[in-house]
Ligand binder design. Structure first.
Ligand SMILES: Cc1cc2nc3c(=O)[nH]c(=O)nc-3n(C[C@H](O)[C@H](O)[C@H](O)COP(=O)(O)OP(=O)(O)OC[C@H]3O[C@@H](n4cnc5c(N)ncnc54)[C@H](O)[C@@H]3O)c2cc1C
Length: 436
């Protein structure tokens, strides 16, 4: 994996996220390898009056290190700290990626509860943005984490969970990097169980009708949909103690082929948007979207960089309205000619900044080629109007006033932020837009 530090070094001190949507020229980049080094880095930055900008794998689209202060790159703060089988938890350094943690645990026949779907994200980054997985009855990663240690903006190391500094816990579970730097993440674990998956084509309207049943019965749920067509690819799965029959992983040549075809589809659809429905119908037949090879090609795309995306989360009862509105939005819209959509289900939680706070949701992710990223702003307006809340890892332009209007615990989060960071050492453009 290309780490954020490598990206920064390669471009001569200019740091950018992996989708190249955020750039920064920090005065200094710190690469702590231990918690003690992290505490010292934060304390020194704070004493010198600099702003502090933590980064993980740099997968998020907004809200990163867009400023000129001290960038703290967690890429080298990685690895297992301990496993506590009795408590059902495992603690990792914050820069450990989701995949690394899963591999370490798998060797012990254990797995993470509420694991995020994106394996290259760091545990701390996934927690800071409320990343979620594909298990329809599981809440987000933030809701499932058992505890963290946090270096506060003034350089104190705090343990935060439901027994230590509990007043901070509902805010610290999803903090957008506003409360300090996460040094360690304690995940909840369970015995490892194989996932058996299956793919089918389904009419999108039928899928929407069957959401309740899917949620009740499945352990894995993902819909990939080209929104100019009626047909989507549904991937479902069940955890089974004795069934190691998961789908084979895509070979790199299949992935490359999928990537190439997908690029051609995007180019033709953008050049001839009125043909998008026909192009997508052909693409559906040639290459079902749920195909592992195509999915991998699409997730890491445009020369290996992730595609810009917006993901909003809606109460499940609104799914039909959202799908209808999305179809109307993409119809004849040149910037949406090559869009694709992913639908997942996420269970309700009590995390203050979570888009699933108090409600089971459907997460609707829309990806477009980089050249069409500007169109995501209009799409976001539509999603806000439809009553959605953003997944914080994607593009978002929500303002503090809007967030306060629709998120019941937003002001509680703001006051915890004020307590922990009165001098706004963690400030960045996105936090300024959201929290002032
Ligand atoms: C191709 C792609 C697919 C994706 N799929 C999914 C998906 O299926 N489900 C989903 O939920 N999300 C998904 N995402 C979004 C993704 O989950 C988030 O972007 C990711 O979790 C962020 O992890 P990161 O390590 O890249 O963090 P970064 O992007 O580096 O940082 C994210 C935020 O966390 C803060 N942060 C990072 N590290 C720390 C730390 N140690 N302490 C405090 N704050 C910190 C940063 O300041 C920033 O605000 C996807 C993103 C991409 C690009």
């Amino acid at each position: 994996m290309v780490t954020s530090s490598e990206l920064a070094t390669r471009s001569g001190g200019v740091w950018q996220n992996q989708a190249a949507t955020v750039r920064a020229t920090p005065n200094r980049i710190e690469h702590p390898t231990t918690v003690a080094e992290l505490v010292a880095a934060v304390r020194n930055a704070s004493l010198s009056g600099a702003n502090i900008r933590p980064v993980g794998a740099g997968l998020s689209m907004t809200g990163l290190a867009a400023g000129n202060d001290v960038l703290i790159d967690l890429a080298k703060l990685r690895g297992l700290v301990s496993i506590d089988r009795r408590a059902g938890t495992a603690t990792f350094l914050g820069g450990t990626s989701v995949d690394e943690a899963a591999t370490i645990l798998e060797a012990e026949r254990l797995s993470i509860i509420g694991a995020p779907a994106i394996g290259s994200a760091t545990l701390a980054g996934a927690m800071s943005t409320g990343a979620h997985g594909y298990a329809p009855r599981e809440a987000s990663f933030s809701a499932n984490v058992a505890g963290i240690s946090l270096v506060t903006p003034d350089g104190r190391l705090l343990k935060i969970d439901d027994r230590h500094n509990t007043q901070l816990w509902p805010a610290a579970r999803l903090s957008l990097g506003a409360l300090g730097v996460i040094a360690e993440v304690t995940v909840r674990i369970r015995d490892y169980v194989e996932l058996r998956t299956n793919r089918k084509r389904r009419d999108i309207e039928r899928l929407v009708r069957d959401l309740g049943e899917a949620r009740a019965k499945l352990d894995f749920y993902r819909v990939d949909w080209r929104p100019h067509t009626d047909t989507a690819m549904l991937t479902v799965g069940w955890l089974e103690a004795t069934a190691p029959a998961a789908l084979p992983a895509a070979s790199s040549s299949r992935r490359e082929r999928g990537r190439r075809r997908d690029r051609i589809r995007a180019r033709v659809a953008r050049a001839l948007p009125f043909l998008a429905p026909a192009i997508d119908a052909v693409a559906n037949r040639l290459e079902p979207l749920g195909d592992e090879g195509v999915r991998a090609a699409r997730d890491v795309h445009d020369g290996g960089e992730p595609l810009p995306f917006v993901e909003y989360q809606f109460p499940i009862a609104k799914a039909g309205n959202v799908v209808t509105a999305l179809r109307e939005f993409v119809h004849g819209n040149r910037a949406m000619a090559a869009a694709d959509v992913r639908l997942t289900l996420v269970a309700a939680d009590e995390v203050w900044l979570s888009p699933a706070y108090g409600r089971d949701v459907i997460a609707v992710m829309v990806r477009v080629p980089t050249a069409d990223a500007a169109a995501l702003v209009d799409l976001e307006d539509l999603f806000i109007w439809l009553g959605g809340l953003p997944s914080w890892g994607g593009f978002h332009t929500l303002t503090g006033a809007e967030a306060a209007y629709v998120m019941p615990r937003f002001s509680d989060f703001s006051s915890i932020r004020h307590d922990l960071d009165p001098y706004e050492r963690m400030q960045n453009e996105t936090l300024h837009r959201l929290l002032g």
